[in-house]
Design a protein around this ligand. Structure first.
Ligand code: SF4
Ligand code: SF4
Length: 417
């Protein structure tokens, strides 16, 4: 198998095809700390792309409650179990040259050589049963408490850094991976990654519904449609990304799920790649800043090896071992930074959902100090800086301040909106 560089793992890895990278890559950051599971994103996607016959159980975008929820059920525990069986006690991280160290275990591409499925699949995976797709919101809002003591939730109150009784919402779409497992597994070569933006698509005229992509995608974001006998997946709202949406005026726009986000947890970008697939330095791009400079946003299950382009700011209250399993060893540093943000991070966090256009660059204008206090033994100072966002054409999209503006409604409008 060819070797490719997976920078998230801090090493090269085996992949069925030679490396080929797009000029720009569709990527996103979700701040889990802010998700309220309103499912507006889920419904925005469904009402745009998957409302037809045969798509009743098809959710390209979904929000599941962790640790018990999952669509399909237990998708992450199942693939982690398969990897553990293929490489017992070997799925470990060590220090190394990558941003999160070096992954010493096996990816889903490497493990398949030891655990061959009956038809010698190129990717370690499994095909969920119909039952597993049927109840996308089962276990919604179910918390976890002390191990072995059902319904015995902790009664001592809640204080950071970790809660003893906890759950959180994990919003998910296709990660438009740099090394897509769906693409690697397709015997018809019906799946391709667009060279202009890295969006991964299934050519419906080539797909014959073998479901190899459904089996291989570790995130289970390729989904079979019974009445057309083809597989379908998130298309990253590519007409919007291309600036073809009537509202976009020719400029790249974020997807429907991003635009609908009530909790303002989502930011999407188009980031520049170097020739070796790493991110080209672009210091003032907000995604580059959050992922490569501040390192507050981390890939979802990077150990699977697909190099997902979805990144998450982990939830602060969740036990660290669980988070380290889900987001890798960068969790502790990310949460330290997120809990004690400096001026720049605080300003960049204000950029979420102020516009539906994709932000390509930001600038910060310093403002006055407006607050000082002590929090968990540290002095916290707040500055009312202004952060300015620019689009692909270099024009200003919007500007916003760290302190939220206060609007006092006039007495004549006291009871109106
Ligand atoms: S998340 Fe799954 S469906 Fe999406 S590109 Fe990655 S492997 Fe393919
Ligand atoms: S719209 Fe935003 S806040 Fe609501 S469930 Fe989706 S990701 Fe969470």
């Amino acid at each position: 198998m060819p070797k490719v560089l997976n920078w998230q793992l801090g090493r090269t890895m085996e992949y069925p095809y030679e490396a080929a990278y797009p000029k720009q890559q569709f990527a996103f950051v979700f701040n889990i700390n802010r998700c309220i599971a309103c499912q507006s994103c889920t419904m925005a996607c469904k009402s745009t792309w998957t409302f037809s016959k045969g798509q009743e159980h098809m959710w390209w975008a979904n929000v599941e409650t962790k640790p018990y929820g999952g669509y399909p059920q237990s998708w992450d525990m199942k693939i982690l179990d398969l990897l553990e069986k293929a490489n017992p006690d070997g799925q470990r991280w060590a220090s190394g040259s990558g941003p999160y160290g070096e992954f010493k275990g096996q990816t889903i591409f490497e493990a398949t050589r030891k655990t061959l499925t009956p038809d010698s699949a190129r990717v370690l995976g499994y095909l969920p049963d119909d039952d597993e797709w049927n109840s996308p919101n089962i276990y919604e809002d179910n918390p976890v408490g002390e191990r072995g003591k059902p319904m015995q939730w902790d009664k001592t109150g809640v204080e950071l850094p970790e809660h003893k009784t906890w759950f959180f919402y994990l919003a998910r779409i296709c990660n438009h991976c740099s090394y897509p497992a769906c693409l690697a597994a397709c015997p018809r070569k019906a799946i391709y990654k667009r060279p202009e933006d890295g969006i991964v698509l299934i050519d419906q005229s080539e797909c014959r519904g073998y479901r190899k992509c459904v089996e291989a995608c570790p995130y289970k974001k390729s989904i079979y449609r019974g009445n057309t006998r083809t597989s379908e997946k998130c298309i990253a709202c590519y007409p919007r990304v291309e600036g073809k949406d009537p509202e976009s005026e020719g400029q790249p726009m974020e997807t429907r799920c991003m635009a609908a986000c009530i909790g303002q947890i989502r930011m999407q970008g188009l980031v520049k790649l170097s020739q070796d697939g790493t991110w080209a330095e672009d210091r003032q791009n907000p995604l580059y800043y959050m992922i490569h400079v501040a390192k507050v946003a981390l890939p979802l299950y990077p150990q699977l090896g697909t190099s997902p382009n979805g990144y998450y700011i982990p939830p602060r209250w969740v036990p660290r071992p669980y988070l380290r399993q889900m987001f890798g060893p960068g969790v502790d540093a990310a949460l330290e930074r997120y809990s004690n943000p400096d001026r720049e991070l605080l300003a960049v966090l204000q950029l979420f959902r102020r516009s539906n256009r994709i932000i390509f660059r930001y600038e910060i204008e310093e403002g006055p100090q407006v607050y000082e206090a002590s929090l968990r033994g540290k002095t916290v100072k707040l500055y009312n800086d202004t952060v300015i966002a620019f689009g692909q054409d270099g024009k200003e999209l919007f500007r916003t301040t760290v302190e939220e503006p206060l609007h006092v409604r006039g007495a004549q409008h006291a009871n109106s909106i």
